[in-house]
Design a protein around this ligand. Structure first.
Ligand SMILES: NC(=O)c1ccc[n+]([C@@H]2O[C@H](COP(=O)([O-])OP(=O)(O)OC[C@H]3O[C@@H](n4cnc5c(N)ncnc54)[C@H](OP(=O)(O)O)[C@@H]3O)[C@@H](O)[C@H]2O)c1
Ligand SMILES: *[C@@H]1O[C@H](CO)[C@@H](O)[C@H](O)[C@H]1NC(C)=O
Ligand SMILES: *[C@@H]1O[C@H](CO)[C@@H](O)[C@H](O)[C@H]1NC(C)=O
Ligand SMILES: *[C@@H]1O[C@H](CO)[C@@H](O)[C@H](O)[C@H]1NC(C)=O
Length: 340
């Protein structure tokens, strides 16, 4: 891209070099005068002041969750259940969603009478629906909005994983994973969004995955659904900024949940195995705290992964050829292990 077309792309006028130069030389003279006063104390003072300003800014912009209406999908287990605990303890009025009313009710029972010092807590509501049924999602959104009249924070957490070789995977499975992980959150978000725009207030969170940034072998359906998720919510963030709405995409690495047990395989059957990687993953409570932090501090894009997956995200952009080679050799290695 030429520098001119890049300017067009980011939609900013070109700077006038002459003006900039005059400013720089004026700055230079000012700096010379300041140097006479001693740079040390001045620099220390400036740094101190900047840190103080940053802290004040953070506190001022920090969102308080007391009494906020927070919707959590997939609240019956894993990360969603931990998010329910953490947001409940922060004083949020929860609306918990999932397909299984009984399991949602267990979470409600656990939280119902819990108190935490000065925080006022609320007994959660539940709305039961299947995210992969788009026509059901719009009526579910109406039920959600009826609970408290509005939604402050929508956490699109529910999701399903997949394990399989593309050669052995039915296209219907590719589509089903997309329905739950992509079209479900899209339909729910679009059903809630107009009410947020009307109020000029709201925060939409989506739990994506590191696999929404890089694709690893035997995860085609899952990784594709998370890549689509990242793209959609990045687009949404830009479009709703003018209404003062927030969008956070959270991309965790492995979390210790039942996700791999609940994963589907190429023929649509349940995988049913607790993968070693998942078993050794992060504590879901820590991830839930990171989600709370992302909401409080209005973080736009958060990657919660170790050094290696984070490096892989950069490698995919900076040196794709090497990334592709590494992924291909991973397949070779896994095939060899399988044959043994
Ligand atoms: N665990 C990890 O290693 C990991 C890593 C990165 C990202 N994530 C993401 O984290 C999110 C939470 O997953 P988890 O690890 O907590 O897994 P989990 O324990 O299997 O929980 C998945 C949740 O999603 C709900 N759900 C699944 N399909 C649904 C559907 N069709 N309609 C409505 N709800 C549905 C389930 O509720 P019901 O079964 O009651 O409906 C359950 O509460 C997912 O988006 C996942 O992709 C997980
Ligand atoms: C995983 O599933 C089992 C059995 O359904 C359940 O007892 C356990 O709480 C689940 N684990 C998590 C982290 O949700
Ligand atoms: C929880 O609180 C309600 C009143 O809000 C009360 O009726 C109920 O007995 C309490 N349950 C437990 C287990 O303490
Ligand atoms: C989808 O939801 C609609 C409306 O609630 C319902 O009539 C229909 O049976 C559902 N479809 C499936 C496949 O569950």
């Amino acid at each position: 891209m030429s520098s001119e077309s890049f300017q067009d792309f980011i939609g900013q006028p070109k700077s006038r070099e002459g003006v900039e130069f005059r400013m720089v030389s004026a700055h230079g003279r000012q700096m010379e005068r300041m140097l006479g006063l001693g740079v040390g104390p001045l620099a220390a003072g400036t740094v101190g002041l900047l840190i103080l300003l940053k802290v004040i800014q953070r506190l001022r912009h920090k969102q308080n969750l007391q009494d906020k209406v927070v919707v959590i999908t997939g609240a019956s287990s894993g990360l969603g259940k931990e998010c329910a605990r953490v947001f409940h303890a922060a004083g949020a009025r929860l609306i918990l969603c999932g397909r299984d009313q009984k399991r949602l009710q267990e979470v409600v029972e656990e939280l119902r009478n819990k108190t935490y010092g000065k925080i006022q807590t609320y007994s959660p509501c539940t709305v039961t629906f299947d995210l992969s049924n788009t026509s059901r999602v719009s009526s579910a959104a109406e039920e959600i909005l009826k609970c408290h009249g509005h939604v402050d924070v929508l956490i699109n957490n529910a999701g399903i994983s997949y394990r399989g070789n593309i050669l052995d995977t039915h296209v219907s499975v590719q589509r089903d994973v997309m329905e739950t992980n992509y079209f479900g959150p899209v339909a729910l978000t679009q059903a809630i969004l107009p009410s947020m725009v009307d109020r000029r207030s709201g925060h939409i969170v989506v739990i994506s995955s590191v696999q929404g940034k890089i694709s690893i072998p035997y995860r085609s359906a899952y990784s594709a659904s998370k890549h689509a998720t990242q793209a959609y919510f990045d687009c949404l963030r830009a479009e709703v900024d003018r209404f003062g709405l927030q969008v956070s995409v959270i991309s965790p690495g492995y979390i210790r949940t039942n996700l791999s047990i609940n994963a589907v395989t190429g023929d649509g059957s349940k995988y049913g195995v607790m993968d070693k990687t998942t078993a050794k993953g992060r504590d879901p409570e820590d991830v839930a705290r990171a989600v709370l932090k992302a909401v409080c501090h209005k973080q736009k894009d958060v990657v919660l992964a170790g050094l290696l997956p984070t490096a892989a995200v950069y490698l995919r952009t900076l040196w794709p050829a090497l990334y592709f080679r590494l992924m291909a050799s991973r397949v070779t290695k896994e095939q060899r292990l399988k044959e043994e």
